[in-house]
Design a binder for this molecule. Structure first.
Ligand SMILES: [Zn+2]
Length: 118
């Protein structure tokens, strides 16, 4: 039994851990190529971006202030270092975070409300 959270964070299907979860950078596949699991119901919406903003925002704000006040970096160096770091960190966190949230939807059997749910 594969751990759905580890599989999701690694960009793999949360059911089998084999097939690719994404077909583009962030677009979730329709079905798993390995086990045929229907991934089209997975919709994490704005969730991943919210967590990325909170995590990256904390890290980058702390790093910026620490560089300024502990190491006395000049402002141009702070900007030249931390602005690209922010972009890289946000882009690097988005895919694992989206995979994690899709896996959480799979584990908790979440899907869009259908006509049988109301
Ligand atoms: Zn699968």
């Amino acid at each position: 039994m594969t751990n759905p959270y580890l599989a999701g964070a690694a960009g793999r299907c949360p059911q089998c851990g084999e097939g690719h979860l994404f077909e583009g950078f962030l677009k979730v596949s329709q079905t798993c190529e390995a086990c045929g699991f229907d991934l089209s119901k997975a919709d994490s919406g704005d969730g991943p971006a919210v967590f990325v903003i909170m995590i990256a925002g904390f890290l980058m704000a702390f790093g910026t202030l620490f560089s300024l006040f502990a190491f006395h970096w000049p402002v141009w160096l702070v900007l030249a270092f931390w602005m690209p770091m922010t972009v890289v960190t946000c882009l690097g966190l988005l895919r694992p975070m989206k995979g994690l949230l899709v896996a959480a939807q799979f584990v908790h059997k979440a899907s869009q409300a259908g006509r049988h749910d109301v």
